[in-house]
Design a protein around this ligand. Structure first.
Ligand code: CAA
Length: 385
């Protein structure tokens, strides 16, 4: 099925493409070296409405659909994958979770600021001993009058240092497994919240990934997100949308690597002709193009299902699985086509290759996506693809 974009979606795509090429690309290589958080990019993106994309106008958002969001996020990822992951977590898991599960008061107090980019959102589910298996998390939240007291450590938190608020999950009833997990909105100025170790990473180096320590962190009960015991469902629903975001990021990085590889092949002479003339290389380019196109269809179709309010869990996992594996193959081929130069920092494909590596890991590894896909097939008797 080929995807026909409507006028509004095309407008978002061309607006963000122009912005990303003019503004975001410029500092991407330098940020990779210095690890400078892209605060200035994010400020400009907020002005363009890219930090509350699926948030209604009433809460200062852009009221875009998920297809428009995929297009915008891909364009940002094309320019700078570090900036894109901040945008992805902020929009997909943080804004959407508050939109879907927050009280009117929480939307007024938090969602508006998030959508305007006045503060960046983070999402804290993972722990040192609970990555793929978040039901096994050890962080606790104990009710104390009109507050909860949170204790525990979260790990690998995107924007942990630079966020203004974090949605954290914790066990309110440790015996009840996933039904005993609740979610809370914690602002960064809470004295019980401390930023711990900042990871030294292979890629996405300008996006900070940190530990967050909650030490007797007192949170008003009015900042519990959703009902007690609803935290795991909030996380899983958020991750469904988040996984479409990671697929979109994968598309952007793959497209950038593909364009770089084609341009290089057209410019580089060996054996008396452009290397683009060699069949071995042309077939690599053909495979790269085909895989990117396939991933795009899967991703847009998952986003369109979300927009139609259909159950899109299966399609989000398929898109995330295929697109994240695809971008690792595409960036590896792009490095190969560049030969020795692809192994140097003089060419952007070296960065694309490193940035792409985590896409098959975060927001659910490829192995977890296969579990979700298989579970949905067998549970729902889903057969017709
Ligand atoms: N939407 C809503 N509810 C869902 C759901 C979904 N997509 N998936 C599961 N649930 C519900 C189920 O209905 C079930 O609830 P009931 O018992 O009330 O019916 C409950 O959750 C438990 O479901 P499962 O039995 O399927 O749960 P499980 O323990 O077997 O785990 C899993 C399922 C798919 C493996 C899940 O644990 C998972 O996705 N793990 C990976 C976690 C992950 O992606 N971590 C990434 C961290 S975030 C990150 O990377 C952030 C960042 O900063 C970039």
């Amino acid at each position: 099925m080929s995807f026909r974009l409507n006028d509004e979606q095309l407008m978002i795509q061309s607006m963000v493409r122009e912005f990303a090429h003019k503004v975001v690309t410029e500092t991407a290589a330098q940020r990779d070296r210095t690890k400078a958080f892209p605060a200035d990019n994010l400020k400009k993106m907020a002005d363009l409405g890219l930090l509350g994309m699926m948030v209604p106008l009433a809460y200062e958002g852009s009221d875009s659909d998920s297809v428009g969001y995929v297009l915008a996020l891909s364009e940002i990822a094309y320019a700078c994958a570090s900036t894109a992951v901040v945008m992805s977590v902020h929009n997909s898991i943080v804004c959407e979770s508050i939109l879907n599960f927050g009280t009117e008061d929480q939307k007024q107090r938090y969602l508006k600021d998030l959508a305007m980019g006045a503060c960046i959102g983070a999402f804290a589910l993972t722990e040192p001993e609970a990555g793929s298996d978040p039901v096994n998390q050890q962080t606790t939240a104990v009710k104390d009058g009109d507050h909860y007291v949170i204790n525990g450590t979260k790990r690998f938190i995107t924007s942990g240092k630079n966020c203004g608020l974090v949605i954290v999950t914790a066990k309110t009833d440790p015996a009840a497994r996933h039904k005993g997990i609740s979610a809370f909105i914690v602002t960064k100025d809470n004295p019980g919240l401390r930023v711990g170790n900042i990871e030294e990473k292979m890629g996405l180096r300008a996006s900070d990934t940190t530990d967050l320590h909650f030490d007797d962190c007192r949170v008003p009960a009015t900042d519990r997100l959703g009902e007690e015991g609803e935290g795991f469902q909030i996380a899983m629903k958020g991750l469904d949308g988040g996984r479409i975001g990671i697929a979109a990021q994968s598309l952007g990085v793959a497209q950038a690597a593909f364009v770089a590889a084609v341009r290089y092949a057209e410019a580089r002479d060996q054996f008396g002709q452009k290397i683009a003339k060699f069949q071995g290389l042309r077939w690599m380019i053909a495979d790269m193009a085909t895989e990117i196109a396939a991933a795009r269809q899967l991703t847009l179709s998952a986003a369109a299902m979300k927009d139609r309010k259909e159950n899109f869990t299966l399609q989000a996992s398929m898109a995330k699985l295929f697109a994240s594996e695809m971008v690792n193959r595409v960036t590896a081929k792009a490095v190969q086509i560049h030969g020795g130069y692809g192994f140097t920092k003089d060419y952007a494909v070296e960065r694309y290759y490193r940035d792409a590596r985590v896409f098959t890991i975060y927001e659910g590894t490829s192995e977890i996506q296969r579990i979700v896909i298989a579970n949905n097939i067998f549970k729902s008797k889903f057969r017709q693809l």
